[in-house]
Design a protein around this ligand. Sequence first.
Ligand code: FRU
Length: 487
Amino acid sequence: MSTAARDPHLPAYHLRPPRNWVNDPNGLVFHDGHYHVYFQYNPYSARHEAMHWGHFRSADLVHWQLLPPALAPTPGGLDADGVWSGNAVTAPDGDLIAFYSARRSDRWYQPIAAARSRDGGTTFAKRAQPLIDGPPAAATMFRDPYVWRDGERWRMLVGAALADGRGAALQYESEDLDTWTYRGPLLARPPQPLPGGRDTGRGWECAQYAPFADRRGALLVSAWDPDDGAQCAVAWSGHEEDGTFAADHPQLLDHGPDFYAPALLPAPDGRILMWAWIWEARDEPRVGAPGEWIDSAGWAGMLSTPRELTLGDDGVLRQRPAAEIDELRGARRIRARGKAPSVLGSIGRAADLTVTLPAEGGLRISTSADAAEFLAFARDRETGDVLVSRDHASLDHRAKRGAWRLPARPGPVDLRILLDHSVAEVFTADGQALTLRFYPVGGTAAWRVAVTGSGRHSVDAWDVDATALKDKRRTPEHPTPQTEALS
Ligand code: FRU
């Protein structure tokens, strides 16, 4: 066992291999007794190049096994420059079919390709020809298939940008998963404003559809700009009949800066689960661009924890961490009920907190011995919103800064905070979420939790026990298990 210091920012329970580049979750499916989480993965470096489908598998959403990449680009082939994003479904004959975007740098669009696995999702044989050669007229971006079963037919969405400036989710239909007919856009919209100065984008990547009861549903898209690239994740709830989707107002799916490309897994127990790509916020000039700090870390990106998605009668999409995340709770570090201000105690770097924050209260998680470095939570006294700030969360000047607003009502608010070395996922009991990256460099000092402001709080904190994950984590592209990088 090597004594090399652990990378202090590498997550312990958020899924990602020990090294190299990760982006979108792909091919999320429950197949052959396992949940499969494939993901955009470059096994060679920490840069967004030569995308493969990496592969995690789990029987219970708690214990995960990292398997060798399931799909790789074929030299000289349709996907010579990358097996880009898509999803997977179990075919009627029991095989697993993956649908993906076939990337070549000599064309701007990605034909929709397919591959079949007969061994439970470990290896795939690619279909020689694409399922869909290219975009309909008027598209200026085209990629990311999402396939699902709807009654007697199969449906597919493909993300697109249209020449008139609208983002679009284009729909196709099939009876046999092989021959697909274009049915026009399910929804196409010019950029619409969202909270915090964002908008729904001029192009939509990774369109996904979540069907709920009574033909209500939610269309999820990742807002993309032809000039500035990936922006944020958006959803429209609505009602769908005969391929026409009556959409409500757009909702920001996550109120933080670092959550993108959410993808859905319809679980066998009826839940709709969602994972997303959580990107870096270091010195890269824009999302996905190379940066020196990322290169020297040797890894970039991770997947969110799984979230359960529900649609309220009010049309609002709500999220909470999948119930299985509770099973990762280990030792309890804090159980505090009292009045602010107060220093409550220390927590590990992989932690699960439940917090009731009063109307005038705040929370600080200090990550350096002198408390100069901290992640801060405060309340907006008028609106009740929770303000999450990483302005002081890294003494390294290269780390991105800023504060974000998690919508909440005035009065006490119940929060769930999942921390993992350089990521925070924050949820209100009301189902709103905020994800951000932060890069503490405060050394080996224990992280300390303090309540600020005034009013009665309650705080509980547990260690997150990632042993289930660690036991199984290897770097499949390296023959020798790299266990020293894991804890
Ligand atoms: C979204 C995305 C997809 C594409 C993939 C490439 O982050 O750009 O549109 O298929 O990533 O890695």
